[in-house]
Design a protein around this ligand. Structure first.
Ligand SMILES: Cc1cc2nc3c(=O)[nH]c(=O)nc-3n(C[C@H](O)[C@H](O)[C@H](O)COP(=O)(O)OP(=O)(O)OC[C@H]3O[C@@H](n4cnc5c(N)ncnc54)[C@H](O)[C@@H]3O)c2cc1C
Length: 434
């Protein structure tokens, strides 16, 4: 027998977007109930501990500039790191971005790469492959960007649009390319100058002040939504009514849960896909196993596209005298994961040895595998139009949708926070709770 509750505002998902929506509603005197499938709140910003080592769910550093976000995040004491990252490429460490830091590369190759850059084609840009060739020239694009795109985005660059790029990928500039080809003393070209991370408690500590103030019901996985009855059903035989629904669940998942959806919307939602991330978390019995906060891996025989050091983010993440790394391996419905967790661990160990980080396997205390089903929204060609069909319909039935997977966009945590805030503003405009 189901037990029904009545809530005026119901929020699905207790990641930063759902929590921010509830928090900002509460500040406006409107109560809202947040329902979360997991046993703890935080979504992607949650963390887990193994043998005294703490790991976030993938890299997670903050570069928030919005005053609203800083007003919450800055209540937690934090460490500041310079935004400098490195790239491992076939035996070489190159500073990021590679095209601006080619000094360590053998001279003949440098000449070829720069010649390709100078002769880059002036083409009409229709997809990400065109964009890369146009920006960097074919030699640089083929050596780094194109294979890396398949590793990280799981699709060839010609299948990706360019709407997601923004300032995430550095535009090439002849002066910068030449400078970095003549000297290793280059400035950081990363689009932010510093990264912040809580002194203690993992990245989630930044949102703890909000978690403490909102009404979250964990272990409530949504299994159905009736629009006509204005009701949400959970996997624990409970259900709740709602006047206003804010969704932060992934759009394809949400649409599959709703009872009455036009075929065209269902079809459009079914085409949206994101990458999944297999995380291999490694604990080392020695300190300083390597010096980089985070780094990209270009070698194809190493499955991971990227890795970062939790122990550099904060020493509080590891027991004294130890260090840690976490590797990210990407897959999707277009490039399904064919490796078992054990194979991924063995491959990571091979990579650690290849990159010179581990000589003796005994230095490794443990390797742990965890899969994040929803990682990065993939901007395959035409995705924005198909997404609009879904978002427009949700608007017509009065469902507000927020967050990385609710908006179906490439949002950082600060942007997901702002997305939740905007959903709260929209509820206020509807006059709910007044
Ligand atoms: C690999 C990677 C690295 C990143 N690095 C950074 C970084 O360095 N800095 C940064 O600012 N941002 C980073 N981000 C982005 C950041 O993680 C997101 O912007 C943010 O966490 C999204 O929050 P959200 O609330 O929108 O989604 P989520 O955190 O995914 O929250 C959605 C919630 O809905 C719940 N849910 C799903 N289905 C159901 C259901 N059926 N019933 C009930 N609950 C359900 C989920 O369990 C989850 O808790 C990174 C993301 C990834 C994937």
């Amino acid at each position: 027998m189901r037990s029904a509750i009545e809530n005026s505002v119901v929020i699905l998902g207790a990641g930063i977007a759902g929590i921010s929506a509830a928090y900002h509603l509460r500040k406006a005197g409107i109560s809202a109930a947040v329902y979360e499938a997991n046993a703890t709140a935080g979504g992607l910003l949650d963390n887990f501990c193994i043998e005294g080592f703490r790991f976030d769910n993938a890299v997670h550093l903050s570069f928030a500039t919005e005053p609203e976000v800083r007003a919450v995040f800055d209540r937690t004491p934090y460490l500041t790191h310079p935004a400098v990252s490195w790239c491992w490429d076939d035996g070489l460490w190159l500073k990021h971005p590679v095209q601006n830091n080619m000094f360590p590369i053998e001279v003949a190759q440098r000449v070829e790469l720069i010649s390709g850059f100078v002769a880059r084609p002036n083409i009409e840009v229709k997809n990400y492959r065109d964009w890369l060739n146009y920006q960097y020239g074919e030699a640089i694009a083929s050596r780094w960007s194109l294979p890396y795109t398949e590793k990280y985005w799981t699709v060839p660059a010609e299948q990706l649009g360019i709407g997601w790029i923004g300032d995430r990928v550095r535009r090439a500039d002849l002066q910068e390319v030449l400078y970095g080809a003549f000297t290793s003393e280059t400035p950081s070209y990363y689009y932010v100058s510093e990264m912040r991370y809580p002194c203690a408690g993992g990245y989630r500590a930044f949102i703890e002040p909000m978690i403490a103030e909102v009404d979250i019901h964990c272990q409530h996985r949504v299994t159905g939504i009736s629009l006509s009855r204005r009701h949400v059903y959970f996997d624990n035989d409970r259900s709740t009514g709602f006047d206003v629904l804010i969704n932060t669940l992934p759009l394809p998942e949400l649409i599959a849960l709703i009872d009455e959806v036009p075929e065209q919307v269902r079809t459009a939602a079914g085409t949206l896909f994101a990458t999944s991330v297999d995380l291999i978390s490694v604990g080392f019995r020695k300190a300083d196993v390597q010096p980089n906060l985070w780094f990209y891996i270009y070698d194809n025989d190493i499955l991971a596209a990227r890795a970062y050091s939790p122990s550099i983010k904060s020493p509080e993440n590891v027991p004294a005298g130890c260090s840690s790394l976490q590797f990210e391996i990407y897959s999707s419905q277009r490039k399904p994961q064919t490796h078992t967790p054990e194979e991924m661990k063995r491959n990571t160990m091979m990579g650690l040895q290849k990159m010179g980080m581990v000589k003796d396997e005994d230095d490794v205390l443990f390797m742990h595998h965890k899969k994040l089903e929803w990682g990065n929204v993939v901007f395959d060609l035409g995705m924005e139009e198909r997404r609009a069909i879904v978002r427009d319909w949700l608007e017509t039935v009065g469902i507000l949708t927020a967050g990385r997977f609710g908006e179906w966009d490439y949002l950082w945590s600060n942007q997901a926070f702002m997305s939740g805030l905007r959903a709260a503003e929209a509820v206020k405009l509807r006059g709910v709770g007044q």
